[in-house]
Design a protein around this ligand. Structure first.
Ligand SMILES: [Mn+2]
Length: 306
């Protein structure tokens, strides 16, 4: 792959229910993300970290916590991700919590619209992140980004990409889901979001799951991966704020990443919700770097390089 990747750190936990994801970008750098990517022949531009408002740690207002601050961080993220795409680079957004997927994916969707490219979004997560201010039990916006991107949310957020909705539910494939709130579940079914939950992966296997999730793409498809580290089983990835037992194992996660790499279509990536305050000697960051390497074509097995 002869591609320039750009790292954009977004050090905030403004949409999360626990503090600490703001330290995620540094933990990934400390875990050796840059040399790991360089080791695969990629040129890496580290754009440093974006800046934005502090986390005031307030209760929800009309069902949203920290909405003005969430908007500011996402606007900055949108602009930074869009600028890298416009420069022909492959942006890697290092969160930060998952509310930042709003800024990142709205930028990717805008760029795809302008370029006439098709978009596919893989949402690797324990949660559907499809809450609204009426459905949410907590008001934390990191539980709402997919709904916001599909046009359900406050005006200030749904309009960040310039076009509402930023994406249609049909472009999304969710993988690894195992914790969905009651009202959220009904809403996910209502809009027809395609979800490969853990029961599906248990029964059908990761290979079949990924074949379907990656199906019907063509060379004109831009593949965006939004990787919430809580996707992984907490046994191997304890460093997240919202652990849910029963996630993909190390090998299942590797296979997932390797099959994405095999498509050759990866165009942008989010790595979010890594929380060093809850980690054990940075092991979750080390694992995330290992998996990101696989996303960019490291084969852990005895395959010849393509
Ligand atoms: Mn998430």
């Amino acid at each position: 792959m002869n591609k320039i990747v750009s790292l954009i750190g977004v050090p905030t936990d403004i949409g999360a229910g626990a503090r600490g994801a703001s330290m995620g970008p540094e933990a990934l750098r400390v875990a050796g993300l840059i040399p790991a990517l360089q080791g695969h022949g990629l040129q890496v531009l580290d754009r440093g970290n974006l800046s934005g408002p502090a986390n005031p740690w307030q209760p929800p207002v009309e069902g949203y916590r920290h909405l003005p601050e969430v908007v500011q961080w996402n606007q900055a993220t949108h602009e930074a991700v869009y600028a890298e795409l416009a420069a022909g680079h492959l942006p890697i957004m290092l969160g930060g919590d998952h509310c930042l997927g709003i800024g990142s994916i709205s930028a990717v969707a805008r760029w795809c619209r302008e370029q006439g490219k098709k978009l596919r979004v893989l949402w690797l997560d324990a949660h559907a992140d499809f809450n609204t201010n009426e459905l949410t039990p907590s008001g934390n916006v990191h539980g709402m980004p997919v709904a916001v991107l599909c046009g359900y949310g406050p005006k200030e957020l749904v309009e960040i990409g310039g076009t509402v909705p930023a994406i249609k539910p049909g472009v999304v494939r969710q993988i690894g889901i195992r914790s969905v709130d009651q009202g959220e579940k009904r809403f996910v079914h209502e809009v027809g979001l395609e979800v490969f939950d853990m029961r599906y992966i248990d029964e059908m296997g990761m290979r079949h799951t990924m074949e379907l999730a990656l199906g019907l793409m063509d060379p004109n498809t831009h593949l965006h991966v939004s990787f919430d580290v809580d996707f992984l089983d907490p046994e191997i990835a304890p460093g997240v704020g919202t652990t849910v037992p029963g996630g993909p194992t190390y090998r299942e996660a590797q296979l997932c990443m390797e099959m994405i790499a095999d498509t050759g279509l990866l165009g942008s990536l989010d790595v979010v919700e890594l929380n060093p305050a809850l980690d054990v000697r940075n092991k979750t960051a080390d694992l995330a770097v290992d998996l990101i390497e696989s996303l960019f074509g490291k084969s852990t097995l005895m395959r010849k390089d393509r």
